[in-house]
Design a protein around this ligand. Structure first.
Ligand code: HEM
Length: 248
Protein backbone atom coordinates (compact mmCIF):
# COMPACT_ATOMS: atom_id res chain seq x y z
CA UNK A 1 0.00 0.00 0.00
CA UNK A 2 1.47 3.36 -1.00
CA UNK A 3 1.35 6.34 1.39
CA UNK A 4 0.28 9.83 0.24
CA UNK A 5 2.33 11.56 2.92
CA UNK A 6 4.71 14.20 1.45
CA UNK A 7 8.39 13.28 1.81
CA UNK A 8 10.01 15.83 4.20
CA UNK A 9 12.62 18.02 2.51
CA UNK A 10 16.20 17.24 3.44
CA UNK A 11 17.98 19.68 5.79
CA UNK A 12 21.49 20.52 4.62
CA UNK A 13 24.25 22.58 6.23
CA UNK A 14 26.05 25.14 4.04
CA UNK A 15 29.17 27.12 4.88
CA UNK A 16 28.19 30.65 4.01
CA UNK A 17 30.00 33.43 5.94
CA UNK A 18 33.76 32.90 5.85
CA UNK A 19 35.96 33.81 8.86
CA UNK A 20 37.10 37.27 7.60
CA UNK A 21 33.46 38.27 6.93
CA UNK A 22 32.37 37.21 10.44
CA UNK A 23 35.37 38.91 12.05
CA UNK A 24 34.67 42.14 10.14
CA UNK A 25 31.03 42.06 11.20
CA UNK A 26 31.65 41.67 14.95
CA UNK A 27 34.69 44.00 15.11
CA UNK A 28 32.59 46.58 13.23
CA UNK A 29 29.71 46.19 15.72
CA UNK A 30 32.06 46.77 18.68
CA UNK A 31 33.88 49.74 17.10
CA UNK A 32 30.70 51.46 15.84
CA UNK A 33 29.29 51.19 19.39
CA UNK A 34 32.52 52.61 20.87
CA UNK A 35 32.65 55.44 18.30
CA UNK A 36 28.99 56.28 18.91
CA UNK A 37 29.63 56.39 22.65
CA UNK A 38 32.73 58.63 22.42
CA UNK A 39 31.08 60.73 19.66
CA UNK A 40 28.02 61.17 21.92
CA UNK A 41 30.24 62.29 24.82
CA UNK A 42 31.92 64.76 22.41
CA UNK A 43 28.52 66.20 21.50
CA UNK A 44 27.41 66.60 25.13
CA UNK A 45 30.82 67.37 26.66
CA UNK A 46 29.74 70.71 28.20
CA UNK A 47 26.66 69.13 29.77
CA UNK A 48 28.94 66.37 31.07
CA UNK A 49 31.23 68.94 32.69
CA UNK A 50 34.12 68.64 30.20
CA UNK A 51 34.97 72.29 29.58
CA UNK A 52 38.79 72.32 29.32
CA UNK A 53 40.34 72.43 25.83
CA UNK A 54 42.58 69.48 26.79
CA UNK A 55 39.45 67.39 27.52
CA UNK A 56 37.94 68.30 24.13
CA UNK A 57 41.16 67.42 22.29
CA UNK A 58 41.60 64.25 24.37
CA UNK A 59 38.10 63.01 23.44
CA UNK A 60 38.65 63.77 19.77
CA UNK A 61 42.01 61.98 19.84
CA UNK A 62 40.44 58.91 21.48
CA UNK A 63 37.62 58.96 18.89
CA UNK A 64 40.18 59.15 16.09
CA UNK A 65 42.28 56.26 17.48
CA UNK A 66 39.19 54.04 17.64
CA UNK A 67 38.30 55.41 14.18
CA UNK A 68 41.61 54.09 12.80
CA UNK A 69 40.66 50.58 13.96
CA UNK A 70 37.25 51.03 12.35
CA UNK A 71 38.81 52.31 9.09
CA UNK A 72 41.36 49.47 8.94
CA UNK A 73 38.65 46.85 9.53
CA UNK A 74 36.50 48.44 6.83
CA UNK A 75 39.38 48.66 4.34
CA UNK A 76 40.18 44.96 4.83
CA UNK A 77 36.49 44.16 4.23
CA UNK A 78 36.44 46.30 1.08
CA UNK A 79 39.33 44.23 -0.31
CA UNK A 80 37.63 41.00 0.88
CA UNK A 81 34.56 42.05 -1.10
CA UNK A 82 36.58 41.24 -4.23
CA UNK A 83 38.57 38.18 -3.13
CA UNK A 84 36.44 36.52 -0.41
CA UNK A 85 34.14 33.54 -0.87
CA UNK A 86 31.04 33.76 -3.08
CA UNK A 87 28.77 35.16 -0.35
CA UNK A 88 31.35 37.71 0.88
CA UNK A 89 31.82 39.23 -2.57
CA UNK A 90 30.11 42.48 -3.47
CA UNK A 91 29.04 40.94 -6.79
CA UNK A 92 26.80 38.60 -4.75
CA UNK A 93 26.00 40.86 -1.79
CA UNK A 94 24.99 44.08 -3.51
CA UNK A 95 21.97 44.80 -5.70
CA UNK A 96 22.57 44.35 -9.44
CA UNK A 97 20.58 44.43 -12.68
CA UNK A 98 18.56 41.34 -11.62
CA UNK A 99 17.63 42.77 -8.23
CA UNK A 100 14.35 44.35 -9.32
CA UNK A 101 12.95 41.08 -10.64
CA UNK A 102 14.40 39.10 -7.69
CA UNK A 103 12.72 41.49 -5.27
CA UNK A 104 9.41 41.13 -7.12
CA UNK A 105 9.65 37.31 -7.10
CA UNK A 106 10.56 37.38 -3.39
CA UNK A 107 7.51 39.53 -2.55
CA UNK A 108 5.23 37.29 -4.64
CA UNK A 109 6.45 34.16 -2.81
CA UNK A 110 6.00 35.79 0.59
CA UNK A 111 2.50 36.95 -0.37
CA UNK A 112 1.69 33.33 -1.32
CA UNK A 113 2.67 32.25 2.21
CA UNK A 114 5.98 30.65 1.17
CA UNK A 115 9.27 31.15 3.03
CA UNK A 116 12.05 31.32 0.42
CA UNK A 117 15.47 30.39 1.87
CA UNK A 118 18.70 32.22 1.02
CA UNK A 119 22.34 31.35 1.63
CA UNK A 120 23.47 34.96 1.24
CA UNK A 121 21.29 38.01 1.84
CA UNK A 122 17.68 37.99 0.67
CA UNK A 123 16.78 40.54 -2.07
CA UNK A 124 15.66 43.17 0.46
CA UNK A 125 18.75 42.56 2.60
CA UNK A 126 21.00 43.29 -0.39
CA UNK A 127 19.72 46.87 -0.55
CA UNK A 128 20.13 47.33 3.22
CA UNK A 129 23.69 45.95 3.23
CA UNK A 130 24.66 48.21 0.31
CA UNK A 131 23.27 51.30 2.07
CA UNK A 132 25.05 50.40 5.33
CA UNK A 133 28.41 49.78 3.60
CA UNK A 134 28.11 53.04 1.65
CA UNK A 135 27.40 54.97 4.86
CA UNK A 136 30.35 53.32 6.64
CA UNK A 137 32.66 54.46 3.82
CA UNK A 138 31.25 58.03 3.85
CA UNK A 139 31.60 58.22 7.65
CA UNK A 140 35.15 56.90 7.45
CA UNK A 141 36.24 59.40 4.76
CA UNK A 142 34.69 62.44 6.46
CA UNK A 143 36.06 61.30 9.86
CA UNK A 144 39.58 60.93 8.48
CA UNK A 145 39.30 64.36 6.86
CA UNK A 146 38.22 65.96 10.15
CA UNK A 147 41.00 64.13 12.00
CA UNK A 148 43.37 66.05 9.72
CA UNK A 149 41.71 69.47 10.01
CA UNK A 150 40.90 69.33 13.74
CA UNK A 151 43.90 67.67 15.42
CA UNK A 152 46.35 67.41 12.50
CA UNK A 153 46.30 63.60 12.59
CA UNK A 154 47.06 61.29 9.64
CA UNK A 155 46.45 60.70 6.84
CA UNK A 156 45.93 64.42 6.00
CA UNK A 157 47.22 66.18 9.12
CA UNK A 158 50.67 67.16 7.87
CA UNK A 159 49.32 68.27 4.46
CA UNK A 160 46.81 70.50 6.26
CA UNK A 161 49.51 71.88 8.56
CA UNK A 162 51.70 72.68 5.54
CA UNK A 163 48.79 74.43 3.85
CA UNK A 164 47.77 76.44 6.94
CA UNK A 165 51.22 77.50 8.20
CA UNK A 166 52.09 81.17 7.74
CA UNK A 167 55.25 82.11 5.82
CA UNK A 168 58.39 81.23 7.82
CA UNK A 169 56.43 79.08 10.29
CA UNK A 170 57.34 75.40 10.79
CA UNK A 171 54.12 73.55 9.83
CA UNK A 172 54.90 70.74 12.30
CA UNK A 173 54.75 73.32 15.11
CA UNK A 174 51.04 74.13 14.55
CA UNK A 175 48.88 73.00 17.48
CA UNK A 176 45.19 71.96 17.39
CA UNK A 177 42.78 74.79 18.35
CA UNK A 178 45.66 77.29 18.47
CA UNK A 179 45.84 80.14 15.94
CA UNK A 180 49.57 80.75 16.49
CA UNK A 181 51.38 80.44 13.15
CA UNK A 182 48.15 79.81 11.22
CA UNK A 183 47.41 81.87 8.12
CA UNK A 184 43.98 83.36 8.86
CA UNK A 185 42.92 83.59 5.21
CA UNK A 186 43.74 79.95 4.53
CA UNK A 187 42.02 78.89 7.75
CA UNK A 188 38.81 80.62 6.67
CA UNK A 189 39.17 79.14 3.16
CA UNK A 190 39.00 75.56 4.49
CA UNK A 191 36.32 76.34 7.11
CA UNK A 192 33.31 75.66 4.80
CA UNK A 193 34.77 72.32 3.59
CA UNK A 194 35.56 71.36 7.18
CA UNK A 195 32.00 72.29 8.22
CA UNK A 196 30.49 70.31 5.35
CA UNK A 197 32.58 67.22 6.19
CA UNK A 198 31.44 67.50 9.83
CA UNK A 199 27.77 67.75 8.79
CA UNK A 200 28.04 64.77 6.42
CA UNK A 201 29.80 62.81 9.19
CA UNK A 202 27.15 63.44 11.81
CA UNK A 203 24.09 63.06 9.52
CA UNK A 204 25.73 59.91 8.12
CA UNK A 205 25.97 58.61 11.70
CA UNK A 206 22.27 59.39 12.39
CA UNK A 207 21.24 57.58 9.22
CA UNK A 208 23.56 54.66 10.03
CA UNK A 209 22.06 54.30 13.51
CA UNK A 210 18.58 54.26 11.97
CA UNK A 211 19.61 51.59 9.43
CA UNK A 212 21.25 49.54 12.21
CA UNK A 213 17.93 49.55 14.12
CA UNK A 214 16.05 48.49 10.97
CA UNK A 215 18.71 45.81 10.30
CA UNK A 216 18.29 44.42 13.83
CA UNK A 217 14.51 44.38 13.49
CA UNK A 218 14.66 42.72 10.03
CA UNK A 219 17.16 40.07 11.15
CA UNK A 220 15.15 39.12 14.26
CA UNK A 221 11.87 39.10 12.29
CA UNK A 222 13.37 36.93 9.51
CA UNK A 223 14.95 34.58 12.07
CA UNK A 224 11.63 34.07 13.90
CA UNK A 225 9.16 34.07 10.99
CA UNK A 226 10.99 33.00 7.84
CA UNK A 227 14.45 31.53 8.07
CA UNK A 228 15.63 30.22 11.46
CA UNK A 229 19.39 30.14 11.98
CA UNK A 230 20.44 33.34 10.21
CA UNK A 231 21.71 34.93 13.47
CA UNK A 232 23.77 31.94 14.61
CA UNK A 233 25.23 31.79 11.07
CA UNK A 234 27.04 35.08 11.73
CA UNK A 235 28.86 33.25 14.56
CA UNK A 236 29.34 29.76 13.12
CA UNK A 237 29.45 30.65 9.43
CA UNK A 238 26.93 27.87 8.65
CA UNK A 239 23.29 27.98 7.59
CA UNK A 240 20.95 25.00 7.86
CA UNK A 241 18.51 25.04 4.94
CA UNK A 242 15.50 22.83 4.29
CA UNK A 243 14.90 22.36 0.57
CA UNK A 244 16.57 24.20 -2.29
CA UNK A 245 18.13 27.61 -1.45
CA UNK A 246 17.36 30.36 -3.93
CA UNK A 247 20.95 31.48 -4.41
CA UNK A 248 23.16 28.38 -4.25
C1 HEM B 1 30.60 54.47 12.43
C2 HEM B 1 31.70 55.08 12.87
C3 HEM B 1 31.65 56.42 13.54
C4 HEM B 1 30.71 56.95 14.37
C5 HEM B 1 29.44 56.27 14.87
C6 HEM B 1 31.14 58.30 14.72
C7 HEM B 1 30.44 59.18 15.54
C8 HEM B 1 30.72 60.51 15.65
C9 HEM B 1 29.88 61.49 16.31
C10 HEM B 1 28.56 61.19 16.99
C11 HEM B 1 30.52 62.69 16.20
C12 HEM B 1 29.97 64.04 16.66
C13 HEM B 1 30.74 64.64 17.72
C14 HEM B 1 30.54 66.14 17.77
O1 HEM B 1 29.77 66.71 16.97
O2 HEM B 1 31.16 66.75 18.62
C15 HEM B 1 31.76 62.48 15.51
C16 HEM B 1 32.69 63.46 15.20
C17 HEM B 1 33.96 63.21 14.73
N1 HEM B 1 34.42 61.99 14.26
FE1 HEM B 1 33.40 60.29 14.18
N2 HEM B 1 32.33 58.54 14.10
C18 HEM B 1 32.69 57.43 13.38
C19 HEM B 1 33.83 57.25 12.64
C20 HEM B 1 34.91 58.12 12.64
C21 HEM B 1 36.20 57.86 12.03
C22 HEM B 1 36.56 56.59 11.25
C23 HEM B 1 36.99 58.94 12.27
C24 HEM B 1 38.43 59.17 11.89
C25 HEM B 1 39.39 58.31 12.08
C26 HEM B 1 36.17 59.92 12.99
C27 HEM B 1 36.59 61.17 13.38
C28 HEM B 1 35.74 62.16 13.88
C29 HEM B 1 36.15 63.53 14.12
C30 HEM B 1 37.53 64.12 13.86
C31 HEM B 1 35.00 64.19 14.63
C32 HEM B 1 34.89 65.66 15.02
C33 HEM B 1 34.10 66.37 14.00
C34 HEM B 1 33.47 67.61 14.61
O3 HEM B 1 33.94 68.08 15.63
O4 HEM B 1 32.48 68.04 14.02
N3 HEM B 1 34.92 59.38 13.20
N4 HEM B 1 31.85 61.15 15.17
Amino acid sequence: MSSNKPIPLEIKSYTVWDRPTRLFHWINVILVLALTLVGGIMMYKTELGITELSGKIGLKTLHVYIGYGFALNLLVRLVWGFIGNKYARFSHMFPNTNSKSELQAYKTELAAGKTPQYLGHNPKGKFAVFAIMLLLVIIMLTGLFRAGTDIYYPPLGSTIQSYLADTNVDPAGLKPYDDAGVNAEKASAIKPIKGLAGEIHIYGVYLLLLLILLHLFAVIYTEVKRQPGIISAMFSGNKLIQGQPKDE
